[in-house]
Design a binder for this molecule. Structure first.
Ligand code: 1HN
Length: 347
């Protein structure tokens, strides 16, 4: 094809416009509006045993109080310097040693904790302790005060999942420290579960309605979610793409646990291989129990208990279980659904 007669003049136009911060859309349109997602992230796996060794070494060198939070960031190898595990999400492994306190603060970022190891340490949310056990999920929704403490005699390590890159993208970060290490106790442990966790809630307008009405729950114990998953497995055939899967919900509206982050658990029965599935929400997974193999768009990860891996947006995921595999996962699906963006593809 002949060039359009005027196209020869374009390079000079670009050169002259650039200092005015003006650029031609037609040169970049196809990279901006792709026919399908092209993630900047890459599939990656972290072996828990390796990360744990580094974290314990940090534990000998800096206290939780000095660090404010003693955390090793799980950074996506394709997103260096961003502290991001996917373009919208953060992941880290936090260590709190016996007797330590991680001081009270609150921020615009929403956070979840998933317990990797240890028992009996706590996260206090607005002054109520959640006593944490292995594979418990604990939320610290945005702008709720939170501090951590370890009154047990062993280290505790959990996965932190936050929406830090999302909040950074919107340039909406605020944070505050509370005077003093811990929030004064406002309620005994378990009080919120009693008031809001039994398909009941305190009558609105009464003093008993202590928690934010739209987001009351913050502790989803392993004992409860695993019993539900066991019952589902006994009752149903597995979904071909997901196995048995249960999403954690906010009882106030039946939606995801937080406005930006959704979380779920899956069980892939022993010997079962899931069919390939893609979704637009890049997802962080923890192997809660069992072992097997994950195939992520051609990259194969051998999975062992407590390993962590990330599946970027629109990467096909197939999971093969050796012994039954139980996985915990979180993603930005909540934000994407709220914005009308979320999609999945099943083959
Ligand atoms: C945070 O508040 C915690 O409260 C952990 O444990 C990790 C990473 C970035 C920003 C805030 C916590 C965090 C964080």
């Amino acid at each position: 094809m002949d060039q359009h007669p005027t196209e020869a003049g374009l390079p000079a136009l670009y050169r002259e416009m650039a200092p005015h911060h003006l650029f031609p859309l037609w040169e970049v349109l196809h990279a901006l509006v792709t026919p399908a997602p092209r993630s900047a992230a890459r599939p990656a796996l972290w072996r828990y045993a390796e990360a744990r060794d580094f974290l314990l070494r940090a534990g000998a060198l800096i206290s939780a109080e000095q660090a404010e939070r003693r955390v090793l960031i799980l950074e996506n190898p394709a997103l260096p310097g961003t502290s991001s595990v996917t373009p919208s999400l953060y992941a880290g492994l936090q260590l709190i040693l016996p007797g330590e306190v991680a001081p009270c603060h609150r921020h615009a970022q929403s956070a979840l904790r998933f317990v990797m190891e240890g028992s009996g340490a706590h996260t206090a949310v607005d002054g109520e302790k959640a006593i944490m056990r292995p594979s418990d999920l604990v939320l610290t929704p945005n702008w709720q005060w939170h501090d951590h403490g370890n009154g047990s005699d062993a280290p505790m390590i959990w996965l932190d999942g936050l929406d830090i890159p999302t909040v950074r993208f919107f340039e909406a970060s605020f944070a505050e420290r509370l005077d003093g290490p811990a929030h004064p106790e406002t309620a005994p442990p378990g009080d919120t579960a009693l008031r809001y966790g039994r398909n009941l809630r305190p009558f609105r307008g009464t003093a008993a309605a202590r928690r934010p009405g739209s987001r009351p729950l913050f502790h989803y114990p392993h004992a409860e979610w695993s019993a539900a998953l066991d019952a589902l497995e006994a009752a149903d055939a597995p979904d071909p793409h997901l196995g048995h899967a249960l999403e954690f919900t906010n009882p106030a509206d039946g939606g995801p646990v937080m406005p930006t982050i959704a979380a779920h658990v899956r069980r892939i029965p022993a010997g079962f291989t899931t069919r390939a599935r893609r979704s637009t929400d890049g997802t962080v997974f923890v192997v809660v129990s069992g072992s097997g193999t994950a195939r992520v768009e051609g990259t194969e990860f051998r999975l062992e208990e407590r390993d962590l891996f990330v599946v970027p947006s629109w990467h096909a995921l197939e999971i093969e279980a050796g012994p039954a595999l139980t996985l915990f996962a979180y993603s930005d699906r909540a934000a994407q659904e709220a914005l009308g963006l979320w999609r999945e593809g099943r083959s």
